[in-house]
Design a protein around this ligand. Structure first.
Ligand code: BTN
Length: 332
């Protein structure tokens, strides 16, 4: 398990109180443990109350009562069962884009596995220059810093690998049909529920870092979606008719991600190829792919170990690295 390194104000206090819900801790003892004074302790309490944590207070003591549904560092790190992914968490109320922030941090010496999350993104980005609608307090907006020992040409498979991890995690939270839509979407009952934005920084054929950003529609209601997405996107809450604890889902993703990522440098997608095929919403169907300026048509027959979609046309197999897919005809 990762040791939680509290970095943000109030995290250390929260960690102490959270371990024993309902138990009163003397303020004087907390001041001593945290090497602070009364003002410092009150500042910490205000900070964590602002995240929505519930406490009971007495003149000389405080007790933790309930955690809110927030993506705070303390909440994500609490009993997180990974060794690298999410061992360092930086959580914000609002940022422009967690991918941008993670890339800035990765340009320094921030370690692999560092996670940046936000309750809201004001300029959330999707693939192909699109906007990722990121309303506050409803979704998961998170970016992981990776420093894999692979060649840049083997990087495209990271998106599909992430989609597999995300699908595995989402499956634990819904009875809906979970699929991955190459190259970077997760669908529930045929509708987009999560998207992945993988961004690479490389020099001289060597990867500096990869940022994997995931956006998950978790507790969105229909009114949280812009009109153009109301019929094509969905959320776990809309499918389950129930809210979901976002930190629990994010932690489950980190655990699944760590497993598949460990296999990637040596095997790429080989060891999870059966899962990729099983989860794929495209394999077997007649599709159209807009790849750059090229429009390709054919039957999707496979996804290779580097994450390329294999299109079959006139008996020829064409590997496609990236593109925008539409299903023309479903296999009956
Ligand atoms: C897509 O489906 O087009 C990809 C969407 C990726 C959205 C996530 S939310 C967290 C991270 N920060 C961003 O600005 N984008 C990604």
């Amino acid at each position: 398990m990762c040791p939680f390194i509290p970095e943000q104000k109030g995290d250390r206090l929260l960690l102490i109180l959270r371990k024993k819900p309902g138990v009163y801790f003397k303020l004087a003892a907390l001041e001593k443990t945290l090497k602070t004074d009364k003002t410092g302790l009150i500042e910490d309490l205000v900070q964590i109350k602002n995240w929505g944590y519930k406490f009971r207070t007495r003149p000389d003591a405080v007790a933790f009562i309930k955690a809110p549904d927030v993506l705070s560092a303390a909440e994500i790190s609490y009993r997180l069962n990974t060794r690298i992914m999410g061992c360092r968490v930086l959580s914000y109320r609002a940022v422009k884009s967690t991918n941008d922030l993670a890339a800035e941090l990765a340009d320094g010496d921030t370690p692999e596995g560092t996670l940046v999350t936000a309750e809201e993104q004001t300029s959330g980005r999707g693939r192909l220059g699109r906007k990722w609608h990121s309303p506050g307090g409803t979704g998961i907006y998170a970016s992981l810093i990776l420093r894999p020992d692979i060649k840049p040409e083997n990087a495209p498979g990271i998106s599909i690998m992430t989609a597999v991890a995300l699908a595995q995690a989402i499956k634990k939270f819904t009875k809906g049909k979970v699929q991955i839509k190459w190259p970077n979407d997760v669908l529930i009952n045929g509708r987009k529920t999560a998207g992945i934005l993988t961004e690479l920084s490389a020099e001289n054929n060597k990867i500096n870092h990869i940022i994997v950003g995931v956006g998950i529609n978790v507790n969105h209601q229909v009114t949280d979606f812009p009109d153009e997405l109301k019929n094509t996107a969905t959320s776990l809450r809309r499918i389950n008719r129930k809210k979901i604890n976002r930190a629990a889902l994010l932690k489950s993703f980190l655990v699944e991600f760590e497993k598949v990522y460990a296999l990637y440098p040596k095997h790429r997608l080989k060891k999870i190829h059966y899962r990729v095929r099983k989860l794929s919403s495209l394999i077997g169907h007649e599709i159209k792919i807009l790849s750059g300026r090229q429009l390709l048509e054919g039957r999707a027959v496979d996804i290779d170990y580097d994450g390329r979609l294999i299109l079959e046309r006139n008996g020829k197999k064409i590997p496609v690295v990236a593109g925008e897919v539409t299903v023309v005809k479903e296999q009956s």
